[in-house]
Design a protein around this ligand. Structure first.
Ligand code: SAM
Length: 386
């Protein structure tokens, strides 16, 4: 049912799949509706979005990793681990956010999403740091209360994708960074580029420096930026392939804001480690991560100008990779202060995200729970004083 200039095209898949409830049943048909999407200035794509009956692929849980998580997280999170565990063990319950690309033609897309029951994560957005003024943040992420997933869009040179699918909690570090027009920003660990892309939805920086150590992931990052950001604005981007631990000494005080979305033991994917041996290797590597994370955070603090802000984030619930990293850096790095996340931002997201109770707290942790399956995502905000 997909036509481009009269010919079938694969730019959009005509399927919109919904996974019902928390059951492990096959995907079930929802409803049909017509949707016109403008794919470029040259072609109009008419598509019937429809759910289809399809079996969801089964994923194998790695028992070694689960055992390790059970021991660690029941001690660190208490009762909260039970709810998070249920969600992590049931991928059919996971929700997916649809981050719109303000640089693409979005004609009819919002109406389509709304008709299907999506709502904007930030409907009446107020600027996170403003008390009295309401400033519009252009970032638009549509979410659904059910575990619905629309198809990803393929890469087509010369065409800007309309949306990016993501865990909506990964917008929290970006909203916390709160980039303003013209600021110089460093995304220290940037691939595959979801947060770089989200930063570009919130404001147009003077410079966005995206860095990634891994060569393959660096190439993936380049492709993401090419797929979402118009050529006329690409002079605002700089993409490098460096060890982020070195950037602080290579470019001291060069940035207004730095995001450290650190390499971490990604709780969601680690649980589905394909084999026990790999699981054991990862758990060994896990003990090395806090040192790397501290070094990256220190490098970020050296790279930001005095008065500038660094946001540290991970997608794990591990205390050693979250609170302990921030506490160690605060204790050892001179001239740094901890900033709370804006209460206004937390309040506006609390309908959708579950913020864990942490004691003591040097950041915020979103943990997935039934009906609010976003996260895990840990965020902490620091300011370099001098
Ligand atoms: N911010 C990305 C996004 O939103 O799409 C996700 C980043 S992922 C959590 C962490 C990234 O850090 C990985 O791509 C990893 O290859 C990269 N990385 C690991 N060690 C690094 C280092 N020393 N310097 C820079 N990047 C590093």
């Amino acid at each position: 049912m997909l036509k481009k200039n009269g010919k079938p095209t694969s730019m959009f898949s005509p399927k919109l799949c919904c996974i019902k409830g928390f059951s492990s049943s096959p995907l079930v048909a929802l409803k049909y509706f017509k949707c016109i999407l403008i794919a470029s200035s040259h072609c109009t794509v008419t598509t019937t979005l429809a759910a289809q009956c399809k079996s969801a692929p089964r994923r194998q849980v790695c028992k070694t990793v689960l055992k390790h998580f059970d021991a660690q997280y029941s001690e660190e999170l208490g009762e909260q681990w039970r709810g998070a565990r249920d969600v992590l063990l049931n991928p059919l319950s996971w929700q997916y956010g649809v981050l719109l690309n303000r640089f693409s033609d979005l004609t009819n897309l919002k109406q389509c999403l709304t008709a299907f029951g999506y709502t904007n994560l930030l409907p009446q957005t107020t600027h996170p740091e403003s008390q009295s003024h309401t400033t519009h943040i252009p970032l638009q992420c549509f979410i659904h209360r059910d575990p619905v997933r629309i198809p990803t869009q393929g890469h087509h040179p010369g065409w800007l994708k309309q949306y990016y699918l993501l865990n909506a909690a990964s917008l929290l570090p970006v909203l916390t960074l709160n980039v303003k027009e013209g600021e110089n920003v460093l995304d220290l660990c940037a691939a595959p580029g979801g947060k770089s892309l989200a930063i570009l939805q919130t404001a147009t920086p003077g410079l966005l420096h995206c860095n990634e150590l891994d060569k393959h992931r660096h190439d993936w990052l380049l492709k993401t930026l090419e797929s979402y950001f118009p050529p006329a604005l690409r002079h605002l981007l700089s993409v490098t392939h460096l060890d982020g631990r070195r950037i602080g000494s290579v470019r001291p005080g060069a940035y207004d804001k730095v995001l450290v979305d650190a390499p971490c033991s990604n709780d969601r994917s680690w649980l589905y480690t394909p084999d026990t041996h790999q699981g054991e290797m990862w758990l060994k590597e896990r003990t090395q991560l806090p040192l790397l994370q501290k070094e990256l955070l220190c490098s970020a603090l050296a790279a930001v100008r005095p008065g500038g802000v660094v946001v540290y984030s991970t997608c794990t619930m591990s205390r050693a990779e979250n609170q302990s990293v921030v506490e160690a850096v605060l204790a050892s790095y001179p001239g740094v202060e901890l900033l709370d996340l804006e209460q206004q931002l937390i309040d506006s997201l609390s309908d959708h995200f579950y913020f864990a109770h942490l004691h003591p707290s040097v950041g915020q942790l979103v943990i997935p729970l039934k009906g609010k399956t976003w996260g895990p995502m840990y965020v902490s905000r620091l300011r370099r004083i001098n």
